[in-house]
Design a protein around this ligand. Structure first.
Ligand SMILES: [Zn+2]
Length: 460
């Protein structure tokens, strides 16, 4: 593909998650004849302002590198493959999961998420893989936690963060008391690449590819997977145009990657979900700007945002759009945050290593100290696990947010703001129950086991 300067600029202006601007086109004014730099920086994370500040020797070196890269683009008509080899492509990331299983066989398992009920392989036939980490088994099952990265393919820094979390958590088992407790009481699923087709494109064809590889009706390629989830689908910050970087797709959950991550939610009913992206050094609020949020819920969001962002040294902001993965997870009862890591999609690898250290401070806190208002099990009177729909009776939620107990063992988690709430528990063929849950402080999960009586059989 022949890349003109203009196209490069357009790509660059769409290069951050929707609301951000990193516009090298504008910043490149004043470089005079250095059009070649503008072209190369459009495909790179060297912002021209960095060049301006660089000492002369460094400036010369960078300009040489950029000029060579631009020459390669011109000659081959494709991006020059200049990704630091320490960033993982799809094959290497999947191999990394295998290595973890080999290294920690007692606690690590590789899971093919695309084989879950309701899940699917990607457009190019790939599976999405997770590493599952779990310590001692608990009779009746354990609540789950999910950590993911790379809905957006080019965000290689986020893939590194998720990948590093695998090693940090696994290697701490039996050594660090808090992380040992985490794996003994909960299961942790880490999905370092949600968008393997896109990541493959980044490594083979187009270094700053963002979306998946759907063939759109208008002939363009790719849906923004992180605009494709059904909660408030298309309500704000998305596009109907196939060529847009934030194209939401033809319908809610049209994309196999979104359906696979939804299948994981249904299977696990996880109590916590953390989704890594790049870039901005920010934690995004629980709801998109177009959602109606009760003040009590807002206070709870502020409380946890602060606890996640502060140890990382990050700020917070509302999400750019609706239909993002954390919104869906939260609408189904999983407390969920999106974290924008670092200052670039593919920064110098050494910078990524430093970013990860910062992020771990917040992530490890969340994993080891956060707890929902209640945890429990819904069963029938004879102890059979029930898949129940669990919803607050007061008008706390405006968009159908609820939680559910999982089919396999009836386990559920319930996150609620401070206050006294009537919680309705409803399961097919059973008499609905309402229980009162009083939340006076965060992270003090009460045990809430609920037995539902069978509905009376009216046929004599
Ligand atoms: Zn992103």
């Amino acid at each position: 593909m022949k890349v003109t300067r203009q196209e490069g600029e357009q790509r660059a202006s769409a290069s951050a998650d929707a609301t951000k601007t990193s516009a090298p086109a504008k910043a490149s004014k004043g470089y005079g004849s250095l059009d070649i730099v503008a072209l190369a920086t459009a495909r790179n994370d060297f912002a021209p302002r960095d060049l301006r500040r660089a000492p002369p020797a460094e400036l010369h070196k960078r300009q040489t590198v950029l000029a060579l890269r631009a020459a390669l683009v011109a000659e081959r008509g494709v991006d020059a493959p200049a990704i630091d080899p320490r960033y993982f492509d799809v094959t290497r990331m999947n191999a990394r999961i295998d290595e973890m299983v080999a290294k920690y066989p007692a606690i690590a398992t590789k899971i093919d998420l695309s084989a879950l009920p309701g899940a699917a392989k990607t457009h190019e036939g790939r599976s999405i893989f997770a590493l599952k980490l779990s310590g001692k088994p608990v009779a009746g099952g354990k609540p789950a936690v999910v950590i993911v990265a790379q809905h957006h393919a080019r965000e290689l820094n986020s893939g590194y963060v998720a990948q590093a979390a695998m090693e940090r958590i696994a290697s701490a088992y039996g050594k660090d008391p808090a992380l040992t407790k985490l794996l003994d009481e909960r299961e942790v699923y880490i999905v370092p690449i949600v968008n393997p087709d896109g990541v493959n494109t980044v490594f083979t064809e187009e270094r700053f590819w963002r979306k998946n590889r759907a063939m759109n009706a208008d002939g363009s390629r790719g849906v923004d997977i992180n605009r494709n989830y059904p909660f408030l689908f298309g309500a704000c910050g998305t596009s109907d145009q196939g060529s847009s970087e934030v194209y939401k797709g033809p319908a809610a959950a049209s994309e196999p990657e979104a359906r696979t991550m939804m299948a994981l939610q249904h299977e696990l009913r996880p109590e916590l979900y953390i989704d890594f992206h790049n870039h901005g050094n920010e934690v995004l609020t629980l709801y998109p700007p177009c959602a109606k949020v009760d003040p009590a819920m807002k206070a709870m969001d502020d409380h946890y945002i602060e606890r996640l962002a502060k140890p990382m040294g990050f700020q917070s902001r509302p999400p750019s759009a609706s239909g993002e993965a954390p919104h869906y997870y939260w609408s189904e009862g999983t407390f969920a945050y999106l974290v924008e890591v670092g200052t670039a999609f593919q920064p110098r690898f050494e910078e990524t290593v430093e970013d990860e250290k910062k992020v771990w401070k917040g992530l490890s806190q969340a994993l080891t100290t956060w707890a929902p208002a209640a945890r429990g099990r819904v069963t029938s009177a004879d102890g059979t696990p029930l898949h129940a729909h669990i919803q607050v009776k007061q008008p706390l939620f405006s968009h159908g947010e609820h939680t559910g107990s999982r089919k396999s063992d009836g386990l559920f988690s319930l996150w609620l703001p401070k206050g006294t709430w009537d919680v309705e528990i409803r399961a097919k063929g059973h008499v609905t129950k309402v229980v009162q849950v009083k939340v006076e402080a965060y992270d003090q999960a009460m045990t809430l086991d609920v037995k539902l009586d069978r509905a009376v059989d009216k046929v004599a």
